[in-house]
Design a protein around this ligand. Structure first.
Ligand SMILES: [Zn+2]
Length: 239
């Protein structure tokens, strides 16, 4: 059995951990991106929705105005028709009754006219509001697309960097004994991307718990891989 230079193994693991820490952080950032993009899309959809509400309100008001205009036209038509009949009437009583009827229709028409004028104002206001919102939405869309592109570009950037790091990893891993590498990778997976940690001021830099002096002595002897009794991570020291 060939003896393993454990100190060299530990140094290779430290090198690997630097790479893996970056990989872990990048994966973490990348995983959050789809949700980030989804939230941007939802926020923009909501803004589109509020413009749609304003536009529907405008159409409603325009339709109301058109209906009232038709109403008015028919009232005017009716009054005109009665007006021509007025001179065909035989008795004064019939004449007076029809004059009254015509006056009634004209009064109705005047009320409708007032409503139409009010609707003109409302339509103008609604048109203004919806124009403003449309302008605002254009700006929002620009911003939304910029932010979305930024997130997508960042994903590409991360992927490129991850490919580089994987290549770097492949340069280090052949130096590590398979058994030790497997142990490290198992811890890496289960302990938030941190497989090997330094002992500093007598405490584990992974979990901050105290490392007993006899354990520190064992680390310095480089006879076997020493792990933290609390978090299970591989320990090293440069003190
Ligand atoms: Zn620990």
């Amino acid at each position: 059995m060939t003896t393993v230079d454990l100190k060299a193994q530990i140094n290779s693991l430290i090198k690997l951990q630097t790479i893996d820490s970056e990989i872990y952080a990048l994966n973490h950032e990348k995983e959050a991106k789809p949700q980030e993009i989804k939230e941007l899309e939802e926020a923009f959809e909501q803004k589109k929705q509020s413009l749609a509400v304003l536009e529907k309100n405008l159409l409603d008001l325009q339709k109301q105005r058109k209906d009232k205009e038709l109403d008015l036209a028919s009232k005017e038509e009716e009054a005109k028709k009665l007006q021509t009949q007025l001179y065909t009437l035989k008795t004064n009583k019939e004449y007076q009754a029809m004059v009254q009827q015509i006056e009634g229709i004209k009064a109705d028409a005047s009320v409708i006219e007032d409503k139409i004028l009010a609707l003109f104002d409302q339509v103008d206001k609604a048109k203004n509001e919806s124009e403003k919102e449309k302008q605002k939405l254009k700006e929002e869309e620009k911003l939304f697309l910029e932010q979305k592109k930024k997130a997508e570009d960042r994903i590409k950037e991360i992927d490129d960097r991850l490919a580089q790091l994987e290549a770097q990893r492949k340069q280090v891993t052949p130096d590590i004994v398979p058994k030790i590498l497997a142990q490290y990778e198992r811890i890496l997976k289960n302990r938030e991307g941190l497989g090997i940690v330094k002992v500093k001021n007598n405490s584990c830099q992974g979990c901050n718990m105290l490392v007993p002096p006899q354990v520190i002595n064992l680390i310095k002897m480089y006879e076997r891989v020493i792990t933290c009794e609390v978090c299970n991570r591989i320990l090293y020291t440069d003190e």
